[in-house]
Design a protein around this ligand. Structure first.
Ligand SMILES: [Zn+2]
Length: 412
């Protein structure tokens, strides 16, 4: 085990680690199973972090009932600095007796709560949130451990009071937002006899290209060129986004379902908080993918939130969890850290000895990382003597800012 940063760069050249594609060798999938001292190493199992084993054994909870589109419901709510899109998991640790009792009382019947996030200035509550399903929970030594999965997006009802129950626990009334079906922008102008061919509804870009000739006949009645309409088609956006993401991730890690991809992007791509909020309010996957494609073309750097020192490059992010490069983890004090995993980092110092206690990545020890320039907390270095990769860095979202260094070209 190493607590120095000497081992930071010892990923063998040409190696793909858990879905990250090194810029210099995107086709070589060979994996070196030996560490520097010749010892056999196993590849880390990226399913492990999503199980949040550091919370101990929890009991399964069932009984979440899906809400209908537009349904209005009153639920308990928790505010954290993190944002979780549908399909992703949030671990929580509650130490306060009164908060535990209150949450248990309010989630007994519905088994759900609303996760609220701060607005773009971090000075109030953002009017959109997500309904979380509690799927595992356990009370041990007066501490409540729970895991919740984001299920549906919702919006706070304007004018309705956000009632404080206790501490960071609230009661809110929300309106549920469901995904509308995916259709083509010209679908409603298509003859019914042609609709059976589904040529304007296809989500496969290859299929879409096959229908291009018939589509051009149809589009000739409209004033704008055909490519203008093409750029609003789901399959076009999907194809472009997946192509762009293939520079950073192995393609099998990127979902090809449009709705899932639109959420996966927010969890995995390095976005500013305000950019994520902009995506959150958009009602359809088409709108979200369009904006995400624009964000994808911007060049970004990960910098210290306090002094702007460069900490990592966008190409350095790689997933150590099945959820992707960015996941939420909880410390014993109950603080939720949204953490981005990177293979390389710069401008930091390590503080204190490594520890394996409550480690979010089983088999790895963590050491605190501070900014070299201003000593702000940046995250942790994780190191292992028996696993590959033998070291990586978990950067806490609260410790860094995403700086846009090139706005890119907006070709949409
Ligand atoms: Zn700094």
């Amino acid at each position: 085990m190493s607590d120095s940063d000497d081992n930071a760069n010892n990923l063998p050249d040409g190696q793909i680690e858990n879905g990250h594609v090194p810029a210099d060798s995107r086709s070589d999938r060979a994996r070196d199973r030996r560490s520097e001292n010749g010892q056999e190493c196993d590849q880390f199992d990226i399913d492990l972090p999503t199980s949040h084993r550091y919370l101990g054994k929890l009991d399964n909870v069932t009984g979440y009932a899906f809400y209908d589109d537009g349904e209005i419901t009153t639920l308990a709510a928790i505010q954290t600095n993190t944002l979780v899109f549908p399909g992703f998991t949030l671990p929580l640790v509650l130490n306060n007796d009164l908060e535990i009792n209150m949450l248990q009382r309010h989630t007994q019947k519905k088994n759900a709560f609303v996760l609220l996030t701060p607005n773009k200035n971090f000075k109030g509550i953002f009017p959109f949130g997500v309904i979380m399903e509690i799927f595992e929970t356990h009370l041990r030594n007066d501490v409540l451990y729970l895991k919740a999965r984001s299920r549906q997006r919702c919006r706070l009802i304007p004018g309705k009071e956000i009632k404080t129950l206790i501490g960071e626990l609230y009661q809110v009334t929300v309106k549920v937002m469901l995904e509308p079906p995916i259709t083509s922008p010209i679908y409603n102008t298509q003859l019914n006899s042609l609709k059976i061919h589904r040529m304007y509804k296809c989500t496969e870009y290859r299929e879409f290209c096959k229908c291009r000739k018939y589509r051009q006949y149809h589009l000739s009645q409209y004033p704008l060129a055909g490519w203008v309409y093409d750029k609003h088609e789901m399959c076009f956006l999907l194809d472009q986004l997946i192509r762009g993401l293939s520079s950073y991730y192995l393609i099998e890690f990127v979902p090809d379902d449009p709705v899932q991809l639109s959420y996966w992007f927010v969890q995995n791509f390095q976005l500013r908080h305000e950019e994520r909020l902009k995506i959150m309010v958009l009602g359809t996957a088409v709108e979200r993918l369009r904006l995400e494609l624009k964000y994808l073309n911007m060049k970004r750097l990960i910098c210290c939130a306090n002094c702007d020192a460069e900490i990592a490059q966008q190409n350095d992010v790689f997933p150590m969890s099945k959820d992707g490069v960015q996941s939420n983890y909880c410390n014993p004090g109950g603080y939720v850290y949204e953490t981005v995993t990177v293979s390389e980092a710069t401008n930091f110092n390590l503080v204190g000895p490594p520890s394996a206690q409550f480690s979010w990545f089983p088999g790895y020890s963590w050491t605190i990382m501070q900014c070299k320039m201003c000593s702000s907390h940046l995250g942790w270095k994780f190191s292992s003597v028996s696993l590959k990769p033998d070291s990586f860095y978990g950067l806490a979202k609260s410790g860094f800012d995403v700086k846009i260094v090139d706005e890119g070209s907006d070709n949409l």
